[in-house]
Design a protein around this ligand. Structure first.
Ligand SMILES: [Zn+2]
Length: 244
């Protein structure tokens, strides 16, 4: 049987014992994860995790827009490691530093993804972030793009769908009718799911919970759970260039 894939997990940010427990629960639930970085230090940790655990299907190395810092040349070396399947998360964030610095960091990462043939994991959140992306659509042309934790509107969804971008949905899909309407119409071969798990006070989400998101998606699309599992596994492998 295909695994479930949680396409966005900040595995490196959990203390080692919590990480082991969380991966054990993921294993029991049949879930593999894509480990995603937020800065250079976290990228180095993701490289190790991607090489070290059979439950980590791949790693994304990158610099989050809130940590934007310019050209990030070091990423090219980190991205060349085995197990690295994507650049990110990167993009624009309304609570990050100035747009110009965010744009420089984002464009640098898009070009690394292009040069290395890797997917790009896109973070768009907060006031003004969407407008920043929308004026730079050209930078994404021809890339495999994953819009992570999609909570945008139907205009954004249409923009991504037209460009063949994957849209990854998390827990909000379970309770937001607008997102349910978007997933009902989004191209089925471009749908992904994730938990965006990271340690934070009061946040108990973990990769095993991605199955609940899958069940919500199954309901919205009218697919059986096994069909959903097979479709999403296939989509994930194509999005991140995973074997199988
Ligand atoms: Zn994230």
């Amino acid at each position: 049987m295909d695994p479930w894939y949680d396409t966005h997990v900040h595995l490196d940010r959990f203390p080692a014992t919590a990480r082991e427990r969380l991966l054990e629960r993921a294993r029991a639930a049949g879930v593999l994860v894509v480990a995603v970085a937020t800065d250079l230090e976290s990228s180095a940790a993701v490289v190790e995790l991607a090489a070290g655990s059979p439950l980590v299907a791949g790693g994304a190395v990158g610099v989050h827009p809130r940590q934007a810092r310019g050209a990030v040349r070091e990423l090219t070396d980190l991205a060349a490691n085995p197990g690295v399947v994507a650049i990110g998360e990167c993009g624009f964030d309304g609570s990050g530093p100035g747009w110009e610095l965010q744009a420089e960091t984002f464009l640098a990462q898009a070009s690394i993804a292009r040069n290395l043939g890797l997917a790009l994991v896109l973070h768009i959140d907060g006031d003004g972030a969407w407008d920043q992306l929308a004026t730079r659509g050209d930078a994404l042309e021809g890339l495999r793009v994953v819009r992570h934790y999609f909570t945008g509107d139907s205009v954004q969804a249409a923009w991504h769908a037209e460009r063949g971008h994957f849209a990854s949905f998390g827990n909000p899909l379970r309770r937001t009718s607008q997102l349910q309407e978007i997933t009902a119409r989004y191209p089925p071969e471009l749908l992904l799911i994730e938990t965006d798990s990271y340690p934070a006070p009061g946040r108990i989400t973990q990769p095993a919970d991605v199955v609940k998101v899958a069940e919500a998606l199954a309901g919205v699309r009218g697919w059986s759970v096994p069909e959903t599992r097979e479709r999403l596994a296939n989509n994930t492998r194509i999005a991140f260039g995973l074997p199988g």
